[in-house]
Structures are given as structure tokens and as C-alpha cells.
Design a protein. Structure first.
Length: 131
């Protein structure tokens, strides 16, 4: 089962790093990249990815705002926040916004890759329904 992912981050270096890491997972397809919340919303509506990996702190529209609006799409994707700004308020926003998880960018290899593997097994069921 393929997991189609939209990457959203304003840091080009991090986008390149995560794209390279995810390229080793054969069931993952990166459908596109966005660099702020506005772009993320447009691309999520157009491409209908299974999963959006999104930074929180971005110019123009934050990941928090974008996640809130994304939940209103006809086919909302699962969302995982990836941020180096790891604090209580951002983690508290995860269940409030219907987000699957918060992963610190420093831990994305150890935390994100197993999470994506669990989605490959059951893309329409699982952790998202529990948040």
C-alpha cells in the first residue's frame, strides 16, 4: 500500500533531508512540497495526499492554522507536525486540531519512520481515528 505524502516546511535544507530519508521507503511517494500554510492548503486540496508532514512555524500561515483549515477539506489528509519548536502548547494542539502526531525534527528518523510504516499497513484506519 502506497502512502502519498505532501511535505510542508519553509526550510529547504530540512525538506531535502526528509525527502532523501523517505526515498528509502519503497511504499512512500512524495507528491509535492509547499513552503507555507497557504501553499499547503492549495496543494492538499488539489493532490489529496494521504499524509501531510508539516512544520508549525512558517511565514504567511502557520502549520496550526493550515491544519485547522485542512480538516475542513472534503478528503482531509492525516497530518503530522514536524517542528524544532517542541513545547507544551504545540503538543496540546495535536488532539485539538485532529493531528495524528507531533514529532520533533531532531527525532524524525526514530519517531516518524515507524509512524509512516504503521500507516502503510492501514491508511484509512488507525492512530488518526484515536486522536
Amino acid at each position: 500500500m502506497t502512502v502519498r505524502i505532501l511535505l510542508v516546511d519553509d526550510n529547504a535544507t530540512f525538506l531535502a533531508t526528509i525527502r532523501k530519508c523517505l526515498s528509502f521507503l519503497p511504499e512512500v511517494v512524495i507528491v509535492d512540497e509547499a513552503h507555507n500554510g497557504h501553499e499547503a492548503l492549495a496543494k492538499a486540496a488539489q493532490l489529496q495526499p494521504d499524509l501531510v508532514l508539516m512544520d508549525i512555524v512558517m511565514p504567511e500561515m502557520s502549520g496550526l492554522e493550515a491544519a485547522r483549515v485542512m480538516q475542513q477539506l472534503a478528503h482531509p489528509p492525516r497530518i503530522v507536525f514536524l517542528s524544532m519548536h517542541d513545547n507544551e502548547s504545540y503538543r496540546a494542539a495535536v488532539p485539538e486540531l485532529g493531528v495524528l502526531a507531533f514529532v520533533n525534527k531532531a527525532d524524525f528518523v526514530t519517531e516518524l519512520l515507524p509512524l509512516i510504516s504503521s500507516l502503510k499497513k492501514s491508511p484509512t484506519e488507525g492512530p488518526r481515528d484515536e486522536t
